[in-house]
Design a protein around this ligand. Structure first.
Ligand code: SF4
Length: 329
């Protein structure tokens, strides 16, 4: 049997997973495991690059992500699930790649300056934060992954990994394939305040929210501000609730809601109740699986251990070649 092309992707352990993570990544990962040799990991070291001063939530976040990986449909018989910090070879490769990576390459990664601006409350003038793309490169190329699933806006981020792999291959020997983007377009998922759903904005619907909490969040979600009273006509295009309808509701429901909104034929509560029904259709199997997994933590740990063992073998195989190529015995 020929080996299926390998796909690598990770989720940073910097908080609980939300609906935006599910629609923007996890759902796609579940599809990809049918076709590719997928390696999915929880990036706990990455979480420390920006969250080093406050690591108390790391353990809880790691557990939540692992449970959600499985609850969302990742199947350990079809893909490899592991924890980054359990595979020390990532750190070793990160160190070795740091010997050959020009500083300027890291400094000009667009998100370096952007994130420093965005997270002004943290001191990100650290070596670890600057080296983030290098650690990310090590994560990818240590498995000699062919593809990394990304959206169009993230393609430039992959470029530095390709450059570093190329530089290594030119300096020593052809070890690493240059990872390619596996392009996927995802709808933007708005949070309850209309901005992009994000844990840092406090506007997210979490996969771990109870049905009651999730319902309450949707019921209090921002609408078109023009609809102050039930009789006011609105514009669905200006309502984040409608953006969620676009993702979760059928075409007929979308048309009905849009028409009702424009003519004041439907109230916002009624409109949100349709949305709740449709979002719950997606979340209910996840909630069900989550409670089964929470009741059986041994099974969850076994999955992580099995995946980590498998990933470690692959990483070590690559490192043997890398050490040899760099004159280390
Ligand atoms: S009817 Fe629906 S789409 Fe229109 S403003 Fe209210 S919640 Fe938003």
């Amino acid at each position: 049997m020929t080996r299926r092309d390998r796909v690598l992707s990770g989720m940073q352990a910097s908080g609980k997973l939300h609906l935006g993570n599910f629609i923007g990544a996890l759902q796609n990962w579940v599809r990809l495991q049918e076709k590719y040799d997928c390696f999915y990991f929880i990036a706990d070291w990455h979480a420390l690059t920006t969250g080093y001063a406050n690591p108390s939530a790391l353990k809880e976040s790691t557990e939540d992500i692992l449970i959600n990986f499985l609850a969302a449909g990742l199947d350990p018989d079809k893909c490899t699930i592991f924890l980054q910090s359990k595979i020390l070879q990532h750190a070793e490769l990160h160190l070795l790649l740091s010997m050959i990576t020009p500083l300027g390459w890291l400094e000009r990664v667009p998100t370096y300056k952007e994130q420093q601006q965005e997270l002004k409350d943290r001191d990100l003038s650290t070596y670890g934060f600057l080296g983030y793309p290098l650690l990310q490169t090590a994560d990818i190329i240590i498995y000699r992954a062919k593809y990394v699933p990304v959206g169009v806006d993230q393609v430039p981020h992959l470029e530095i990994s390709r450059e570093i792999a190329r530089r290594f291959n030119n300096l020593y020997k052809e070890v690493f394939p240059e990872p390619e983007a596996l392009l996927t377009e995802f709808p933007k998922v708005p949070g309850i305040d209309g901005r992009k759903m994000s844990k840092s904005y406090g506007n997210a619907i979490y996969l771990s929210d109870s049905p009651k909490v999730a319902e309450q969040k949707i019921l209090t979600m921002m609408t078109d501000p023009a609809r102050k009273r039930r009789t006011d006509k609105g514009s669905p295009e200006l309502s984040p609730v409608f953006q969620l309808h676009r993702i979760f509701s059928t075409k007929e429901e979308q048309n009905e809601v849009a028409e009702g909104c424009r003519t004041a034929g439907i109230g916002c509560i009624e409109c949100k109740k349709i949305l709740i029904k449709n979002i719950f259709r997606v979340l209910e199997p996840i909630w069900q699986k989550r409670s089964e997994l929470i009741a059986n933590p041994k099974l969850v740990i076994e999955v992580a251990e099995k995946g980590t063992d498998k990933a470690k073998k692959v990483a070590e195989e690559t490192m043997r070649v890398v050490r040899d190529a760099m004159g280390l015995r």
